[in-house]
Design a binder for this molecule. Sequence first.
Ligand SMILES: [Zn+2]
Length: 491
Amino acid sequence: MKLFMAGWATETNTFSPMPTFDKSFIERTLDQLRPEGFSLDDITGAAPPVIWDAMARERGWEVAEHPVYRFAQPSGLVVRAAYERHRDEVLASLRAAQPVDAVLLALHGGSVADGYDDPEGDIITRVREIVGDGVPIGVELDPHTNFGEAMRNADVLEFYKEYPHTDVAERAVDLFEVIADAAEGKTQPVMGVYDCRMVSIFQTPIQPLRGFIDSYSELEGHDGVLTITVCQGFPYSDLPIGGARMIVVTDGDQDQADRLAEELGKELIEIREAMQPDYMSIDEALDAALVDDVRPVVIADYADNAGGGAPSDSTFILERMLERGITNAAFGMIWDPIALDVAKEAGVGAKLSLRIGGKMGQTSGRPLDLDVEVIAIVPDARAVDARLGREIELGDLVGLRCQGIDIILNNDRQQVLSTDPFTLCGVDPRERAIVVVKSSQHFYAAYSQISSKILYAYSDGALNPILREIPYERLPKERFWPWNPDPFATE
Ligand SMILES: [Zn+2]
């Protein structure tokens, strides 16, 4: 048996002012991706291709060469030439590897390239053309994917169940087993897809969604049900496709897959109102934080999440905190390489006037001219992604103090995935009254451990959680709840 695998990953926020270039993509070989001392006994933090490679070898399979895996921090539209070059390289390696017995793709999903509304569907379709109908294709995806019909050219789509995405490695294991069993002729996976006609945000630790996921997960592995996952959709890509899909894979029984997908999809529709988190305006969130005895109160700067394609340099919340004279607070991370360089050159202890944030576009707010003291400089900071237990690079960090607020800048644009950006700068978030993190939900894995009070604030950043306010031009809103209160009635 011979396995071909490939990876290409980014998520596109079409409202983001920052294009995704060729050089936005980080390239890694499989050897570079493999954590030191990796074994299948401890898959913590391992990327899917590393797990698949090890599982394939354990079954005595051959694994075809694929040159690099590419990942780009989410941004705006992917430049066409970059997408086509990366895609064609994957396809060329597949042709060179032929014949293969199984294909596994780590595609993330949710990307949009210039000229391609559904790049993942495009890749899957072209892979299918090369390998033919008899070879099982499995794709692991982030649930923030806008489902395109071309994606049905895969045999199995497996989405992470959790948001924060804590189960990337577990889903990789499940997907491998389903595809490998199919390649070895033990099963015949068929996929049912139910369109729930809803656009929503899914915060999986919170009820009633938590209970829904736990209950459908119990169905897996029984009565021929192989996997069940949800494609949540990514509301920040303005496309003619989108919305949530229930995905059920069964062993050979298409009717069963279709029926169960519909049944579970209707259960999801039942809870869609109840599962909406409480998003607050900036002042509502600050008011709620200030009246509380809980320390720290953690406020998510939902709309300026680099992981959702935002610039991560918006100042809306910081400006309001300064205006209101809020102290004993921490705020991070603002992506501002220019301010960071100036502070770095000035050195720890320096007091200076610095223009911070607000540089990338309208979703960034105004730049703030602040009198600051440099309290920390951490070159080449390394941290842990608390969701996955994986080591990550943060770039350089600089800690600034301004009117009782400690502000963390960095130069490698990314969301807050642990408390490390603060603690590395000598700022203990547990001792602060208010901690503001630029992240929509992935921060939750770490910050739910240090605070019982987590608030979600919205601003005019690139990811507005109040979906009704998003200025869509291409999304057919009449097809979807919440714009249409009953989209199935008006078919
Ligand atoms: Zn996601």
